[in-house]
Design a binder for this molecule. Structure first.
Ligand SMILES: *[C@@H]1O[C@H](CO)[C@@H](O)[C@H](O)[C@H]1NC(C)=O
Ligand SMILES: *[C@@H]1O[C@H](CO)[C@@H](O)[C@H](O)[C@H]1NC(C)=O
Ligand SMILES: *[C@@H]1O[C@H](CO)[C@@H](O)[C@H](O)[C@H]1NC(C)=O
Ligand SMILES: CC(=O)N[C@H]1CO[C@H](CO)[C@@H](O)[C@@H]1O
Length: 354
């Protein structure tokens, strides 16, 4: 937590109004509460973490000048966590490549002189707005299982150690065949353990972004993500679950998303994941395409309808999802998805009743 504490202290020194610094400390402690050990801090986490409104950023809407920060979500009024994609072995693509070389895009006068100085300053700006910044590895076109997991973890850790001013690393592993035959499971367990060891900034947390079918213990050999949660779940703060692009498995109604997913990837609705894969709902973030064109095939649900479906789950099953994510931010710069969802789902409704 050193980085967060020094950020808090700087905030205290720089911001003179006590009220503003109080709010910013609260936000700072709240959004890192997953891994934070607050016992030796004078400021306290609220205990419950903020409802996550997550946007993956693959394509940037702007590349040059300070507008790139808008494209990276800094001033978004409706999302609070952004994930830049993708790191791959031997290649850094799209939004993450701009982050890695940020000085080229933003200049060296306003935010700092080096990439590291600029990244540090930008992360502070995200934190001052109560927002977090993550990066993501692999993605749907990368198949790392053929390489040694410890070696790949070392490469990713080296990248993170060169670019340490982030809040989290998301593992978007989509090697379907390897997950199916079980080799992907042992690979991911070794990889995640090594990655946690090799990253120097211990404030950085980890998330994974499995396709929802990967929670099917019946369909996949070796238990897929059930086994991963058992072995390295303590290293994974939550799952950004891709409930889309699964062809006939559409996850597009209360029934299919929350009660009974149907075939072929049986037992991968929320209720079935909770019961069979033994993963608490607090770790299952609901992932959907931002618009119909962001889906390759099935899974898109109108955001107002999606909010209603989640409210039905809250009322009938007592489920409070911890947040949602969209793919991808460039398609929701004006908050259409986020606002329509939020109008129809109140994450605190259940808590008030209790
Ligand atoms: C939190 O920090 C305190 C004091 O440093 C330590 O005794 C305790 O074991 C830590 N708890 C966890 C969960 O890390
Ligand atoms: C803190 O978070 C709240 C709620 O997410 C937000 O309304 C507020 O503007 C944030 N304040 C600061 C100083 O970041
Ligand atoms: C499992 O699938 C991966 C990815 O296609 C492949 O490289 C590996 O050889 C397969 N292993 C077994 C035991 O089938
Ligand atoms: C496009 C570009 O400038 N890429 C550079 C980004 O930073 C890495 C690491 O310093 C370089 O290797 C790339 O050439």
């Amino acid at each position: 937590m050193q980085k967060q504490v020094s950020f808090a202290l700087i905030t205290l020194i720089l911001i003179t109004t006590a009220v503003v610094s109080y709010i910013s400390l609260e936000n700072g402690s709240d959004f890192l509460s997953k891994k934070e050990n607050t016992s030796n801090h004078h400021f306290k986490s609220q205990g419950s973490s903020q409802f996550k409104k997550i946007a993956y950023i693959n394509q940037l809407s702007q590349w040059d000048g300070p507008k790139i920060l808008d494209a990276m979500g800094l001033n978004s009024p409706c999302y609070n966590l952004f994930i830049l994609t993708f790191w791959m072995p031997g290649q850094v693509s799209d939004a993450l490549s701009a982050w890695e070389n940020i000085s080229k895009y933003i200049g060296t006068t306003k935010y700092g002189k080096t990439n590291a100085e600029i990244q540090k300053k930008i992360l502070e700006l995200f934190h001052a707005q109560g927002k977090q910044l993550f990066i993501s590895a692999f993605g749907g076109t990368d198949f790392p299982t053929k390489s040694d997991p410890v070696q790949i973890a070392s490469q990713l850790a080296a990248f993170v150690n060169r670019n340490p001013y982030i809040d989290g690393v998301d593992i978007d592993y989509e090697d379907d065949d390897a997950i199916f035959n079980g080799t992907g499971v042992t690979w991911l367990i070794k990889f995640q353990k090594a990655l946690a060891e090799k990253i120097n900034n211990k404030n950085i947390i980890f998330t994974h972004a499995p396709q929802a079918p990967y929670f099917s213990r019946a369909y996949y050999h070796n238990g897929a993500y059930y086994a991963i949660e058992q072995e390295v779940g303590h290293l994974i703060s939550w799952y950004n679950v891709q409930f889309y692009n699964q062809e006939s498995e559409s996850y597009d109604s209360f029934q299919k998303l929350f009660l009974n997913s149907g075939t072929p990837f049986v037992k991968t609705s929320y209720k079935e994941i909770l019961e069979n894969a033994k993963i608490p709902i607090s770790k299952l973030v609901l992932g959907k395409p931002a618009t119909r064109k962001n889906a390759d095939n099935t899974g898109y649900v109108e955001p107002a309808e999606l909010g209603k479906i989640c409210t039905e789950a809250q009322q009938k099953l007592g489920y409070n999802i911890p947040g949602f994510f969209i793919w991808e931010f460039i398609s929701d710069q004006h908050c259409l998805f986020s606002n329509a969802f939020s109008k129809n789902y109140n994450p605190d409704a259940k808590k008030k009743v209790n």
